[in-house]
Structures are given as C-alpha cells and as structure tokens.
Design a protein around this ligand. Structure first.
Ligand code: BTN
Length: 245
C-alpha cells in the first residue's frame, strides 16, 4: 500500500482522481494525496472542508476479491488503521463513531468516505477517501463546524508532521488489509469494537427517509449497525447519520 503515490498540490477532490486512475487500471494500493481540495466530498452528499497544508486529504485504491455487500468492512478497517496511526503519533485516545468518524474528546478529527466501482457482484475497485484534520486552529474551521470538529493540533497542543501520520496510516492499513485477506473480518471487527464510542448507548440514526432511535447492540459480520428500539425490535442500519442521545 502506498508504493505508487500520485501527489498534486491542488485538486477538486482526491476521490475523483482516484476513480479516474482506478479506471485506467493502476495497481492496487495506489494512493492519491493533495495539499488542498477545492471541492472535497463528504458522506451523504456533504462537502468536506480541505484547506491547504493543514490536513491530510488522500484516497486509496483497493481491489479486493470480495462480494459487493462486504465492501463496508473496508471502511471500518480504514477507521481502525487511522485510529491506530493517531495513537502511534500522539498521546490522544481516538474513538470511532459508527461507521467511520474518528473523534477525539468527542470532536470529529477524521472523516472517511468509501466509494465502490462494481459490475454485478464483482468489485472493480474500492476507493477509500480519508480526510484528517491535523494542524488547523479552531478559527480555521468554518463557524458552523467549530463546535463539532477539531484537529490533532487543537486536541494535543502539538504541531504534527503530516508525512509521519501518512506513513503510519499506510503502514497500519497494509497490516490490517493483509490480516483481513488472510483471516477475514472477525479480527478487524474486534479491533473496531474496541474503539467504538456508541455501543450499548441509545443513539438516533437518521437516514434520508427515516429516523430510528435505539440502543446500539453492535455491528454484524458485514459491518452493518444493529439498533434495538424500545419495543425490542432490532433494526439493521446500512447508512445513516448518528447522534448519541
Ligand atoms: C465524511 O463525511 O466524514 C467523510 C469525509 C471524507 C473526506 C476525504 S478527504 C480525501 C477524500 N477526498 C474527498 O473529496 N473526500 C475524501
């Protein structure tokens, strides 16, 4: 992972470039990194604030031979790898909010966006986009984000080397990806649960059509979140915005 790195100062979105490169057939493990994104993409059609030099904006191309419905497992794998890289670099205690936000002191420092190209049930490529807030000061964030978002600098009080974090994240990603290809999702799931912030708590999951409030029981072997409502009914949540009650 990261043997081929495609670096550009300014891009619209590293996701877009990764999709193009994936279509051109570049090797698995190719990474796209930029200093700045003009129109960074977040989950659920949101934008992602990606100012110059202060964060890590990167997209990784993987080509796993797994069925399409197992692709969300890779998102959870990426979240664990990035949490480990934060622990390798700082004294902070990262936590993961399902599926893949990484929080430090309850504020979001990392977002992950996974997109897939597939034909029928064959995965062509999985693009894992990782946005890490590293050296921003609070006033660098748009006002509406200041309450919920943070950076490693704000939380640790130290300026952090972005290249060191990238190196450690790639190292951790490669280790976990090898483990995943050898032993399947189970060991990744156990690690993910050890970082999970909301298991056992009552949370509100909002999807486009629906809101479910329930106790987070855990994730399934496919990476789907299970919520138990107050009538005891268990709901499977595939994609949603989570608020801890
Ligand atoms: C989220 O909504 O939490 C996910 C944010 C993902 C942002 C990253 S930054 C690198 C990559 N390129 C993008 O345009 N988005 C992802």
């Amino acid at each position: 992972i990261g043997k081929m790195i495609h670096y550009q100062e300014t891009v619209e979105s590293t996701q877009k470039i990764a999709h193009q490169l994936a279509n051109e057939g570049v090797q698995e493990g190719t990474l796209v990194v930029a200093e700045e994104q003009i129109s960074g993409k977040g989950r659920l059609m949101r934008s992602w604030h990606s100012p110059k030099y202060s964060g890590i904006w990167m997209s990784l191309i993987l080509r796993p031979k797994i069925p399409v419905h197992e692709a969300p497992q890779l998102t959870l794998l990426a979240a664990v790898a990035v949490a480990q890289a934060i622990e390798d670099t700082t004294a902070l205690k990262p936590q993961i909010k399902w599926p893949n936000d990484i929080l430090v002191n309850r504020k979001k420092v990392v977002g992950i966006l996974t997109e897939m190209q597939a034909e029928s049930d064959r995965i062509h490529s999985v693009i894992i986009g990782i946005g890490m807030n590293i050296n921003q000061q609070l006033e660098d964030f748009p006002e509406e984000l200041q309450e919920k978002a943070s950076s490693l600098l704000i939380e640790s009080g130290e300026t952090i080397s972005r290249s060191t974090v990238i190196q450690r994240a790639l190292y951790r990603l490669e280790k976990l990806y090898d483990l995943y290809l050898k032993e399947g999702f189970k060991p990744i799931k156990d690690l993910w649960e050890s970082y999970a912030i909301s298991l056992g708590q009552v949370i509100r999951a909002s999807t486009v059509n629906d809101t479910i409030v329930g106790k987070a029981l855990g994730i399934t072997d496919a990476g789907v979140l299970l919520l138990e409502d107050d009538k005891g009914k268990v709901h499977s949540v595939y994609s949603a915005d989570i608020e801890i009650q």
